[in-house]
Structures are given as C-alpha cells and as structure tokens.
Ligand binder design. Structure first.
Ligand code: HPA
Ligand code: ZN
Length: 334
C-alpha cells in the first residue's frame, strides 16, 4: 500500500536492538545441532512450537528465560557473524539507514566464549552492513543487571581495549529491571567512561521500573538517552526535563505488547511525548521473539495512531538527531 511504501522509504534509525534478540527459531535449531548444544528437556521441539511459545510471554522475565537459552547455541565467531548478518540483510529492504545495536557479552563469556570472539563476529557483520547496504552502525555493550556488580565491573575491565579503540561505541544496561536499579552500576559506568571519554551511555529504564529508574539513570549513570522509558509519562517534571535536554527514549512498541507492558500499542504515551516534545525513536528490541522487525513496528503505530506525513517526518528527524553518528552522517541521513 501507499502507507507501507511511505514508511519503508522514510529514513529509519534503530537504537534499541539486541543482536541476540534477532535469533529466529529457524536459525536456533540448526545452530544447536551444528554446535552440539543440548536444549532443556522442556524446550519446544521445533520452530513452529517455538514461535507459538514466543507468542505467549507472561512478562519480561518469562521472555528473558527463553532469550538466555537461545544465547547458548552461539559458540563460534561465525555464529555471531551469521546472526548479525541475517539481521542486516532483513532490514536492508525496510529502509534502515543507521543501526546502534546492543549485545550482551556476559551471556557468552559466562559459557567460556571470549569477549574477543563475540565482538569480532558482530563487528565483521557491522562492517559488511556498511559496505554492502550503506547501513552505518554503532556497537553497544550491555551489562546484565541481574548479575553481581563485581562481574559487571570485570567485563567492563576486560573490554578496555575495545572501548579505547572505539570498536565498542556505547555502554548499556539490560536484563531484569527490578530489583536491580541503576544506582548499583555507577562504578561500572564511571570505569567504562574513564577508558574513552567518547563512549556513549544509555540504560534500559522505565519499562518495568518507574520513572525514578529513568531519573536515576540520567543523574547517576550519566546516560544521555533511555531505552524504553515509557513510564516517564508518570512524572510530569521528568517529561519536561526529557524535552528540555533532548533526551531520546528508544521505544519498542511490539515488545511492549508482547511482554504485557501494555495491552495494545494504542496505550503507549506516544501522543503525549509528541505533544510535549519528548524525542523518541521506534525500535524492534528483540524482533525474532516479538514478531516483527523495524518496519512492522512503524506500521503497527500507523495502524493505531495514524499520524500525518509531517508527524512521521518529525519522528524520523528526531531519531536521526538522537543518533550517535557524527554531524556529517546525520546530514546524509536527513
Ligand atoms: N529489556 C531488558 N533486557 C533485555 C531486553 C529488554 O527489552 N531485551 C533483551 N534483554
Ligand atoms: Zn531491550
């Protein structure tokens, strides 16, 4: 349709995409077989059953339990490359121009896979995405907040050369938001930033946690944008601050529905964000688990909010401006 063509053409940036969350059941089972990884007895037996399971998550933790099992089938550098490359191939036809992608080193190093192997596989796919599709990329390492802080400090320390050299461009914080508030990770963020002042900082906040998680991620971690952040709407002062300081929220509509943060995307406070000039971008989070890549997330919002061409162009512009690429690249994307 005309709408699909318009939204496909619109220059899109993704800022909230977990590379491990692009693992489709159709790749998970072959990788498990190829690598001799045994899945739990209770795990679905084929791709169809697994899709069905993914359609019925109770909440964030229920999803995370499957997500970490999925991670276990990734072993070799080429597995990480293949995973990310499949993602870039898919979104190259959806008008994606710039991708700032997350990965969770600790879900791999905890299984004896080196940070170097994981990062190198993902980095190779990023380089190839730039070369073949002109998709620019940034790589963001996330800390698993349910793990002990000492382990998070260790992974930051072991990432020092990758942060110094700019292979890793950003630091994020994911996994179960409650009961692991941002204040636990102050030292981790300080240490990472001390390796390279150009390192960008973000954190998941305000998905499960309240608006105080957002405020504390900004004040205590030094985050300059917030992943999810939809519960910011509960605090009018915070809304004003996000607008005044142009702090972008990386919103994930299909994810929020599938993890039962909201019943329907129409419940998301996106009109409030627009009316109050709170910048946000539209993202897919873990598309293999939530049933849709970036274009589907745009289409889903169109189906509920409508919005004129002018509004969509404002959203596209805000998402370019909130990106971590340099001014020259932003100019090209506009
Ligand atoms: N929230 C928290 N942790 C995650 C997510 C998310 O949306 N995706 C992958 N890990
Ligand atoms: Zn996420």
């Amino acid at each position: 349709s005309e709408v699909t063509a318009f939204l496909t053409e619109l220059p899109k940036c993704e800022h909230h995409l977990h590379l491990e969350g692009t693992l489709e059941p159709e790749l998970l089972f072959p990788l498990a077989a190829r690598n001799g990884v045994e899945l739990p007895d209770t795990f679905p037996k084929n791709a169809d059953e697994l899709h069905e399971t993914y359609n019925n998550f109770a909440d964030l933790q229920d999803f995370l339990n499957y997500y970490y099992i999925g991670c276990n089938v990734l072993i070799k550098e080429d597995d990480f490359f293949d995973l990310a490359w499949e993602y870039f191939k898919k979104v190259s036809s959806q008008g994606l121009k710039h991708a700032e992608v997350f990965y969770d080193p600790q879900s791999h190093t905890s299984r004896g896979i080196s940070l170097k192997v994981v990062t190198r596989g993902f980095e190779r796919a990023c380089v190839k995405a730039q070369e073949e599709f002109n998709i620019s990329t940034k790589l963001i390492m996330c800390l698993l907040r349910h793990l002990p802080v000492e382990e998070c400090l260790e992974i930051v320390a072991s990432a020092k050369p990758l942060i110094e050299s700019g292979v890793i461009n950003g630091l994020g914080l994911d996994s179960a938001e409650r009961p692991f508030p941002p204040e636990l990770f102050v030292e981790c963020y300080e240490l990472a930033k001390s390796y390279n002042d150009a390192l960008q900082l973000t954190a998941h906040a305000g998905e499960e946690g309240g608006p105080d998680f957002v405020t504390n991620s900004l004040d205590l971690l030094g985050a300059t944008r917030i992943d999810h952040g939809v519960r910011s709407v509960e605090d009018p002062e915070l809304i004003k601050r996000l607008a005044d300081q142009k702090i972008m929220l990386t919103v994930c509509p299909l994810s929020n529905v599938k993890l039962q943060v909201v019943k329907d995307v129409s419940e998301l406070p996106l009109q409030e964000f627009l009316d109050n000039n709170v910048p946000f971008s539209i993202n897919s989070d873990d598309p293999a688990y939530f049933g849709g890549y970036i274009l589907q997330n745009y289409l889903e919002l169109y189906s509920r909010f409508g919005w004129s061409k002018a509004v969509w162009e404002k959203i596209a512009k805000q998402s370019i401006e909130g990106s971590w690429c340099d001014a020259k690249r932003k100019e090209e994307l506009l």
